[in-house]
Design a protein around this ligand. Structure first.
Ligand SMILES: NC(=O)C1=CN([C@@H]2O[C@H](COP(=O)(O)OP(=O)(O)OC[C@H]3O[C@@H](n4cnc5c(N)ncnc54)[C@H](O)[C@@H]3O)[C@@H](O)[C@H]2O)C=CC1
Ligand SMILES: N[C@@H](CC=O)C(=O)O
Ligand code: NA
Length: 430
């Protein structure tokens, strides 16, 4: 057997400790598949004494991950600190500058600085691998970049945030409160250090930006993704969705259209019978549609120590075997400059839930606004009867332009009988 592949690991939290555990528990199998043992020689973290359930004996300890990335005599640097800037970014840059391959799980870093980092890696002729950054343990990067490399991809759709999917599932099945389920997702190691990244859709948008770059062969562009999270989803909307035959999921959708690429993350109503509606809990799903292959569906755990470590170690095995693919699937010079499309040009159907004063003429006022904006109603439900009090009214529309819906919504929200900001959820038939 050739000499071991030595690695230096920066960050020993949920994922870092998971990687050390996996390398220890499956050492023999990994050595066989990698063609040589993969051994940790150095680590950098903040607290040397914390019990991580794995021994750090014999490993060189660094307080400073950047110094470790630059100096440690390791073949590969594994960055598992997190954050788009600060020590994570500096450690990755230091490693690439020193000509060392990098494996990272950091989608924020890739989404915001992936183009520049890829150029650095390309210039140094080393690998920058990030399978763990999108959909945790699902081999989504490998599938899109390598497995489907011969196809023109028309659309990629995904449940890309385990924390949100876990929260939505528990709210629906166990009728639990948002805050209570979020705390549980944090305890289970699913959530980001700042969980607002999860619930406000930012983490899913980081991942969608990465998938869109790979799918459409364009530079990664986080700012081009329209982002909404699940903060405003209520138990009432979840129950009404069920009544209408839908489930609410936070989806990321990136689509190649004639004029460019549209990328959006927001809560969606999806038909309860669609396979993606049944992807629950911490599970993620990635659906890619290619011109020759057709539809490919991948499903698996999107967060947590084990699944994420599985993806990190898969990247290490590739490096040990010297399997190398350009970061974004093609060399920088070969990436295309297709424009990004604004959300205002989106066309689709909508669910609107209003809390209105139960009095004659209110529905006529609301539907009048929709008519004025050329929006056609598909259905309308009023729940209960409470003259002079607030009652929920649900409207679903046929396909219309997002810009028209936004204008109509402003006018509806301003009606005197509309008592709360309207809830709007896009309906996706997929
Ligand atoms: N937890 C999960 O399920 C998943 C996480 N990821 C990504 O993996 C990365 C790590 O995530 P987690 O392990 O969950 O985070 P975590 O918060 O559990 O661990 C981060 C570790 O980095 C260490 N750290 C922070 N600043 C440091 C510094 N200056 N020097 C040395 N160490 C420092 C912390 O002490 C901690 O041990 C992030 O980029 C995250 O987005 C990706 C997929 C899934
Ligand atoms: N916080 C993320 C972790 C994985 O990327 C999630 O919940 O999906
Ligand atoms: Na993955």
């Amino acid at each position: 057997m050739t000499r071991p592949l030595s690695i230096a690991v920066a960050g020993l939290g949920t994922v870092g400790a998971g990687v050390l555990t996996l390398l220890r528990d499956n050492a023999e199998l990994i050595a066989a598949r990698a063609g040589r043992p993969i051994i940790v020689t150095a680590v950098a973290a903040r607290d040397r004494n914390r019990d991580r359930g794995v021994s750090l004996e014999g490993l060189r300890w660094y307080e400073d991950p950047v110094a470790m990335a630059a100096e440690a005599r390791a073949d590969v640097v594994v960055e598992l600190i997190g954050g788009s800037d600060g020590p994570a970014r500096h450690a990755v840059e230091a490693a690439l500058n020193a000509g060392r391959p990098v494996v990272t799980a950091n989608k924020a870093l890739l989404a915001l600085h992936g183009a520049a980092l890829a150029q650095k890696a390309e210039a140094a002729g080393v690998t920058l691998a990030f399978e763990a950054a999108v959909a945790g343990g699902i081999p989504a990067i490998k599938a899109l970049r390598e497995g489907l490399a011969a196809n023109r991809i028309g659309r990629v759709t995904g449940i890309l945030n385990g924390t949100c999917n876990y929260i939505l599932t528990c709210m629906r099945d166990q009728k639990r409160e948002f805050g209570d389920v979020l705390a549980e997702a944090q305890r289970l190691g699913y959530a980001e250090a700042d969980p607002s990244f999860d619930i406000d859709g930012v983490d899913a948008a980081h991942k969608l930006a990465i998938l869109a770059a790979l799918a459409f062969g364009r530079p990664v562009e986080f700012d081009a993704v329209h982002v909404e999270g699940i903060r405003n989803i209520t138990a009432l909307d979840i129950a009404l969705a069920e009544e209408l035959g839908f489930r609410i999921k936070l989806l990321g959708i990136a689509q190649q259209e004639e004029a460019g690429v549209a990328a959006r993350v927001h809560p969606c109503m999806v038909p309860a019978s669609h396979p993606i509606a049944r992807v629950d809990g911490v599970f993620n799903a990635v659906v890619a549609e290619g011109d020759f292959v057709g539809r490919v569906v991948l499903e698996g755990r999107g967060a947590g120590a084990g699944p994420t470590a599985s993806a990190v170690v898969a990247d290490l095995i590739d490096i040990a075997r010297e399997r190398h693919t350009p970061v974004w699937g093609a060399d920088h010079a070969a990436l295309s400059a297709v424009p990004a499309l604004p959300m205002a040009s989106h066309h689709g159907a909508y669910y609107l839930r209003l809390m209105v004063l139960d009095r004659p003429g209110v529905i006529a006022d609301v539907t009048g606004v929709l008519r004025d904006h050329g929006i056609s109603l598909e259905s309308m439900i009023q729940r209960g009867r409470a003259p002079g009090e607030a009652v929920p009214v649900v409207l679903t529309t046929h396909g219309c332009q997002e810009a028209a819906m936004r204008d109509a919504l402003k006018r509806i929200a301003a009606l005197e009988a509309v008592l709360e900001p309207p809830a709007l959820i896009r309906i996706e038939t997929l």
